[in-house]
Every structure is written in structure tokens, then in C-alpha cells.
Design a protein around this ligand. Sequence first.
Ligand code: URA
Length: 244
Amino acid sequence: MVKKNQKPLLGSDILLARADVAMDIPCMPVPKHAGLKKDGDSLTDFHDCHPMPSTLEALEAMVTSQFPFCESLSGATRCVFGEGNPDAELVFVGEAPSSDEDRLGRPFMGAAGRKLDEIIDAMGFSRESVYICNVLKAHPPENRRPLPEEVQLAAPWLYAQLRLIRPKVIVALGGPAAQLLLSTETGIMQLRGQMAEWRDPGSSLVIAVVPTFHPAYLLRNYTKQVRGQMWEDMQAAVRALERG
Ligand code: URA
């Protein structure tokens, strides 16, 4: 499955604009949704009363039916669930849809997505052969970072996706994905470069995780060092796949 003629990462100087400052917006469940109970019920209660479906399609339908999930994400126009091969051995998890993905309803469609496509190709895969999703399933306003409450709300859906796909390797693209999957507050600069594991809190499933930079970070810091580090991480992911 993995081609031997792995190419070096291709160059690009397109910058992806992202707001660096998380705004102080409370994440309150949107009360009009059938699935969400009365104000004051916790998000855990919400997930407790919604057992996860047993197929990816049913999970997507359930998650989509809950859009826009919470007040702080109500500026998004749609749910961006994720896409790709439901039997993928390799899953990429990003942070959140940006405005391009919000417009198109598909993950990683803008400049960062084009860079991710190049990376996937250089690893010897195609976009269709892997699965691509995000921690958040809706676009945060101004492309701000996900709020902790939003991550808490979305995490069970990501876990359910991973549980259904059961990949051999997860590539965590950037801090929010790596921190969620590894249950840590350590930054991506410290996390990258080492293999780690996602331990599903809802089952005995354990999956190898390769924490690495987000492609948007790569675009903003297109240095030989960052390119080299990201490529080392991708080679580690390929080796982990080959080990099985
Ligand atoms: N697009 C996505 O789908 N995810 C990101 O994390 C960034 C851009």
C-alpha cells in the first residue's frame, strides 16, 4: 500500500490566515435541538443520552442533526463531519473547519488542505485512501482556536469516528488534536517527534498516534527545519503502518 518513491514535501508560500487569539465566548448548548436537554444539563448528560451509532453513515447523520452544536459555533453554516475511506489504516485529525471547509462542507479544502494533500501524496497515499476529519465539526468564528468547551462537546464524536474506522495510525495535526487524543496540555513542539498512543476512553481500543505540526503552521513557517521535522513525523507514521 505504501509506495517506496516517497517525494520530498513540495514548496508553497501561500499563507493561511488564522486568528491566534481565542475569544472569550461561552459554549452553551443550543436549546432548540431535540437532542439537547434543558438549560443547565451538562454536555456529558447530552452524550450519555445519545448512544453512538454503529456505522459511520449513521454517526454522520446523528452529528449533522445536532448542528450547530452550541451557541459559540452558531455562526457556522454546516456540519463538516469528515470524509475518506471508512476502512482507512491512516487517519488525519485536524483542528476545526475554516471558512473554506464551512463553505464546501468538506475537511481540509483550503491552503492547508492543499498542503495536506501534497503530504499525503508524498507519503505514498491518496486522499481517497485515508480518512480526514477534525476535532470540531463546525467552523469557529474568525477561525479562532477551539474553546475547551467546544472540544469537550465534540470529542465523543471524534472518538466514535475513530472507534468505527479503527485505523492503525492516527496523525494528529497540530496542538488541539494532539492534546485531545493524548490527554495532555503539553504543546505540539514538545509532543512531535515521538510516537504516542490514543487510548479510547470508551473501549479497550489503543491506536498509535503521530503528533505533528498543523499544515497551516508549516505554511506560516516554511523553513527547512520545520519541513524536515514534519517529514520525519510522516516517515514515522509510514513506518508504524508498515509494522502493522
Ligand atoms: N481545515 C480543516 O479542515 N481543518 C483544520 O484544522 C484547518 C483547516
